[in-house]
Write a protein that binds this ligand. Sequence first.
Ligand SMILES: [Zn+2]
Length: 90
Amino acid sequence: MSAAISLCPFCGGEAALHKVSTEHQAGTLHNYFIVACKVCGVQTERFKSTIYQEDNGTVVIASNGADAAVAAWNSRPSEPDPEETSDEED
Ligand SMILES: [Zn+2]
């Protein structure tokens, strides 16, 4: 795990990284990751990892969906709960 996962901006709950699916395609591995809140269940979109191994044996992580999901989660702006702002209309 390369980056800490921020608390949920909506409920303050603890969030966690999940690998939601894996695909193999022509020698390339794709893993799909999300970050989801353990409390309220809000989650990011899926981010794809692309991993393959070159002929000389070098393993290449062309994209890291786990890092991307964590980065997206941590940059998610806090939005006010609509139910809490409804009394500001007067
Ligand atoms: Zn939450």
